[in-house]
Design a protein. Structure first.
Ligand SMILES: Cc1cc2nc3c(=O)[nH]c(=O)nc-3n(C[C@H](O)[C@H](O)[C@H](O)COP(=O)(O)OP(=O)(O)OC[C@H]3O[C@@H](n4cnc5c(N)ncnc54)[C@H](O)[C@@H]3O)c2cc1C
Ligand code: SF4
Lengths: 330, 744
């Protein structure tokens, strides 16, 4: 039987030093992802370090400069229903509420959400080949059931799509991940936090084993008050996205003044395209502009047998969302 | 029969509702042996699709504290060889004996069992078993050209699977319009919320089993045979079952394995299947490929019908998905050919899943009818009316009671069929809106059933029969039937079911329990009534001809009223009578009759489809059903709601993926096997015609349940066509099937 030792960390430093002391330890927050994977035998930690007792990490602090600091232990629900989040960054609230179920969102933390594992069918199946779970073993999704897989940022090693909803919004908003390690504090741009699979699909984050996420900072962005999140999926609730869109729009008359756009479940990480956003800035806020941006967004996309539809679906979703934001802005 | 009954047909809440909602109802895995703790067991399953087991390396297990024993085929004859799945006394899901030999026929086959002090140790030990195999070539792909193809003659009901009448070719020549198309349905799993579970407790050569089974008597006989003990020594208890949908119908290897292991370790053993185990341990609905040809003259009269079904079976299970059986019966057509073939593959075994044959079969047939109506320029409801028949097309008999035309009328009215527009023409904002319909039908089945009726000194009635309530409401329905016969309220009746020691009844399948117990309860009540009258006469009373009423602790007949405590002598405590019926209907060897028994209905669906994304929603479904007398309006309606929800799942979501190279199911979990969530289910409008069928049994009930998902997927598929002009001939229908061709 796989046994593990449970350690209750009282301070950030204690959590970090416990991680440092035990190379096969894992932090446990809400446990909604980790415990599932432990049951499947994919995660086999020798030590579980419970961080739920860490004092201030569940705070949500709306600052005067328009930014919000979200403690890593804030539950997904508490963030979604936070009045400042709802008014400053509605796309964050929309994204969280489009995910999982009420019960899960109550348990799940923001730090855990950033680190959630992918939902590729083959990842938890020990009888399947999976480079992410077992480096060098192969990838059964490549020619298998890959309808949910990514079309952007893939490699010949792994095509798993990043499954998180809220990370798509955080990517659009250029959030900053704050972590604590033995050497102290570090801040990581959201764009750098999730790693492309490349030749090392098992390396997923810019995060050392002994680093603790303490908070997620969402920089002030006034026009994000006009933002939204659209999730398209196979049933109305309790399903991961086929395609999702997080976007914010600012108009200057009939022209796009500024825009943010990230697309979920199409990339191996939450996806942004500078080219697509640049193409919209300063252009007339028309379907033609949005459509052109959508084309640019998916330049270089590489579909597999089962997931090509995501490209067309996402393009249409981008146009729909931008049109909605345009109406809202007017 | 009192049609104005105060009991029959009323929407009475479940008598077991409180137990269920408070968690007091105990399911198989909740039970514990009277003495001591059970050992926990976990299955070891094959990871290859074909080959032999050459050895087990158990070295890691020996050192595990709490590990008790590993059993496998190497233990010799733990289980008696079962040659045939149906030897009259029982039906098993597979025609092989677990642990019989070293052969592996599919991924997920049970090849060993770990028994340990705790579940956690058993799980760890099962993972630590290293199995050595010698693999051989496996046939997994459906189209594998080397796979053996069989054309079985009979379905397990005894019905013909290869049917031919008239001349199809001649009928095709007569036609002005012909539809010929191939429809496919995916692998589907039952996924009841309660996984299968067995607690096996031996006491000498007596065995008690708490089993999540849809058939306690069947289970008892199968286990007794496999354990080489007298069936009298085996007792199966299944007072509550958390759904089955067919996967707990026949008995599967795990029950026998648990019983064998408990005997081997001389301690009670509890085996609860994991969700993943459920995918390869107790059947699924196999993939089907159905070629349907419908030919009609200019008036829409069918001149030829052909329905060729191909599916597959495992090497050890003989299930055939009988898709064409409905086609052979439903519409008037003199020239018809129905065939079924199965390819023998290294895949886990199939088994009946809610409306086996009817559900996938009507997807094909009723989609083809819609295509034909379109070609003829006819309204789909009119086409069905045009081909309506009062004669069972298979045997020329009249239907005992058929009111399908009324179902079409009521359904069309309720859904607002008149709103329907030409394909792709109905727009509302971003939505494309469509209406579709299909005929529903399901056979009337009845099996021999015995009952025991008891009156105790309090004046309480007891009814006992070895049937089971799989969540459908049978406890309540039985109480109502007995209450009706004795003019009392259901609260005055205690229902004993879920125990194979009770007088035997059928397994809960084929929507037949209500119809089967109806005749038995009627006879049991008659027998009890006679005994009680005789007793009253013995006591010097003269009961009149009025029916005997038992209410308020007294027996009454006309002006006569005698307290039950007086009627029943103190030394006796109760008066017991047995009754029943040996009649079978709907299966071969049944009662000779000049009638045919079937339930009918019409299902209508409205869909709304996002014109850019192809996301399909079902805002409304209407079902109108002719199922004979409804015993309980509330539980009956719940069955129909459940069935129509199944229909949405089948039409739009459910699918098990198989890896064609390895033979593994890829998404064996409720997280990845999608069924509808609450938000997918909107308005359901259900109506029952409630016309009694007294030719079928004394309560006039034909039974219900499965009929409500027959036709449902076709109604939705036809509505999708009406909304978009896109004909999707496979299930489930997802947005990616529509995306390219949506009329934006
Ligand atoms: C059935 C189901 C459906 C779901 N559906 C969706 C969905 O639709 N959309 C969606 O976005 N998500 C969905 N999720 C995923 C869910 O959002 C995540 O499971 C959850 O956010 C993880 O948070 P947690 O606190 O429970 O993490 P845990 O399970 O506790 O931890 C996850 C990982 O993060 C690490 N970790 C946690 N906190 C920290 C920290 N502060 N610093 C460093 N490491 C840390 C842990 O060591 C572990 O490796 C679903 C999950 C389930 C089980
Ligand atoms: S896509 Fe990635 S996660 Fe999926 S099987 Fe391949 S390597 Fe594993």
């Amino acid at each position: 039987m796989h046994e593990f030792t449970l350690i209750r960390a009282e301070t950030d430093e204690a959590a970090v030093s416990a991680l440092t002391a035990h190379p096969d330890a894992r932090l446990i927050a809400g446990g909604t992802n980790l415990v599932d994977l432990m049951k499947e035998g994919v995660e086999t930690p020798t030590h579980l370090i419970d961080i739920n007792g860490l004092g201030d990490l569940d705070r949500i602090e709306a600052r005067a400069d328009g930014s919000i600091m979200i403690g890593a232990l804030s539950s997904n629900s508490s963030v979604a229903w936070n009045a400042d989040i709802q008014s400053r960054f509605p796309m964050i609230s929309d994204a969280i509420l489009a995910g999982a179920t009420t019960q899960l969102r109550n348990m799940a933390t923001m730090g855990g959400n950033l680190l959630q594992k992918n939902r590729c069918f083959y990842y938890p199946d020990h009888n399947a080949r999976c480079n992410k779970r077992e480096p060098g073993s192969g990838c059964d999704a490549m020619d298998g059931v890959n309808r949910m897989c990514a079309v952007l940022g893939t490699s010949d090693q792994c095509i798993a799509a990043h499954p998180s909803d809220v990370c798509v919004a955080l990517r659009a908003l250029d959030a900053i991940v704050h972590v604590k390690g033995v050497e102290g504090h570090r801040a990581i741009e959201f764009a750098d936090f999730h790693k492309l699979p490349g030749g090392t699909p098992h390396v997923e984050f810019d995060l050392a084993h002994n680093e603790l996420i303490t908070g997620i900072e969402v920089p002030g962005l006034p026009f994000a008050a006009n933002s939204t999140y659209l999730k398209l999926r196979d049933r109305t609730s309790y399903a991961f996205a086929l395609v999702s869109i997080a976007a914010a729009l600012k108009l200057d008359g009939d022209t796009v003044d500024d825009v943010r756009l990230a697309v979920g479940s199409v990339g191996t990480v939450p996806w942004r395209s500078a080219g697509a956003e640049d193409a919209m800035r300063g252009a007339p806020a028309t379907a033609a502009t949005f459509s052109k941006a959508a084309e640019i967004f998916f330049e270089g996309a590489k579909p597999r047998a089962g997931n090509g539809f995501k490209i067309e679906l996402a393009k249409r979703a981008i146009v729909r969302v931008m049109e909605t934001l345009k109406e809202q802005a007017a | 029969m009192n049609v104005n009954s105060t009991v029959i047909g009323k929407p009475i809440s479940r008598v077991d509702g409180r137990l269920k909602t408070t968690g007091a109802a105990r399911y198989a895995a909740d039970h514990r042996p009277v003495e001591g703790r059970p050992l926990h067991a976990v299955l070891v399953k094959s990871s290859i699709a074909s080959g032999r087991i050459t050895g087990f390396d158990l070295s890691a297990l020996q050192s595990m504290s709490g590990f008790v024993r590993f059993v496998s085929h190497l233990d010799g004859a733990l289980i008696r060889t079962i040659k045939n799945p149906v030897d009259g006394a029982f039906a098993a899901g597979e025609e092989y004996t677990p642990f019989e030999n070293d052969r592996v026929h599919f991924v997920g086959q049970h090849i060993g069992l770990v028994v340990a002090q705790t579940l956690e140790v058993a799980e760890a030990a099962a993972k630590a078993v290293v199995v050595d195999y010698e693999t051989s070539a496996a046939r997994i792909e459906f189209a594998d050209p080397t796979a053996e193809v069989r054309q079985p003659d009979l379905y397990n009901t005894g019905e013909e699977l290869q049917v031919s009448r008239g001349h199809v070719e001649a009928g095709l020549v007569e036609a002005v319009e012909i539809v010929k198309a191939t429809y496919t349905t995916p692998i589907e799993h039952h996924n009841p919320i309660e996984p299968s579970a067995t607690l096996a407790v031996w006491d000498g050569d007596h065995l008690t089993i708490y089993d999540a089974t849809q058939g306690s008597v069947n289970d008892k006989n199968y286990v007794a045979f496999g354990m080489s003990v007298d069936p009298k020594n085996v007792r199966v208890l299944n007072p509550f079952i958390g759904g089955g949908f067919g996967c707990k119908g026949f008995t599967w290897p795990h029950t026998l394995i648990a019983a064998a292991a408990a005997r081997a370790v001389e301690q009670p053993v509890l085996l609860v299947l994991s969700r993943k185990d459920m995918y390869t341990s107790c059947g699924h609905r196999p993939y089907t490929e159905q070629e349907v040809t419908l030919a009609a003259d200019a008036d829409g009269v069918l001149t030829a019908t052909r329905h060729r079904t191909q599916s597959y079976r495992s090497l050890v299970g003989d299930h055939v998905e009988p898709c064409g059986m409905t086609t052979a019966m439903l519409y008037q057509c003199d020239n018809l050919e129905v065939t079924h073939s199965v390819r023998v593959l290294n895949r886990p075994s199939g088994t009946p899943l809610r409306s086996p044959g009817e559900a996938p079969g009507t997807f094909a047939l009723e989609s083809a009818m819609d295509e034909l109506a379109e070609k003829l320029g006819m309204d789909p409801v009119d086409l069905r009316r045009r081909n309506h028949t009062d004669i069972d097309q298979r045997n020329g008999r009249k239907w005992s009671s058929k009111h399908l035309l009324e179902c079409y009328d009521r359904g069309a009215e309720k859904i607002g069929w008149g709103r329907r527009k030409a394909p792709g023409q109905w727009r509302d904002g971003n939505d494309l809106v469509g209406l579709g319909m299909a005929t529903a039908c399901y056979p009337g089945y009845r099996m021999p059933t015995q009952t025991r009726l008891t009156l105790d000194r309090d004046g309480t009635l007891h009814v006992g029969v070895a049937v089971q309530d799989i969540g459908t409401g049978l406890y309540t329905v039985l109480a109502q039937m007995v209450a009706e016969r004795f003019g009392t309220s259901p609260e005055n009746v205690r229902v004993l079911i879920g125990d194979s020691d009770l007088p035997p009844g059928p397994l809960a399948g084929g929507s037949m329990t209500t119809a089967s117990v109806a005749a038995a309860v009627d006879d049991g009540c008659r027998a009890l009534s006679e005994k009680l009258r005789a007793r009253l006469v013995d006591m010097g009373h003269t009961p009149g001809n009025e029916p005997l009423v038992i209410d308020g602790g007294a027996l009454r007949s006309g002006p006569l009223s005698v307290p039950a405590a007086e009627v029943i002598p103190t030394d006796v405590h109760e008066i017991v009578a047995e009754g029943g019926s040996d009649d079978t209907y709907g299966f071969t060897g049944g009662v000779e009759t000049d009638k045919s028994f079937y339930s009918f209905g019409a299902i209508f669906a409205e869909v709304r489809i996002d014109r850019d994304f192809g996301i399909i929603r079902v805002p409304k479904m209407t079902g109108v059903f002719d199922v004979g007398r409804v015993i309980n309006a509330k539980t009956a309606r719940s069955q129909m709601l459940g069935g129509m929800t199944f229909g949405i799942g089948m039409a739009l979501m459910e699918e098990t993926f198989i890896d064609d190279k390895t033979g593994r199911f890829v998404n064996p979990s409720l997280g990845e096997y999608y069924v509808p969530v609450n938000a997918d289910v909107n308005e359901f409008d259900v109506e029952m015609l409630d016309i009694p069928d007294y030719d079928f049994n004394p309560f006039g009930a034909r039974g219900l349940g499965e009929i409500s998902n027959v036709g449902a997927s076709a109604a939705i598929a036809n509505a999708v066509y009406n909304a978009t002009g896109i004909r999707v001939r496979h299930l489930p229908i997802r947005l990616d099937d529509l995306l390219e061709d949506l009329p934006r």
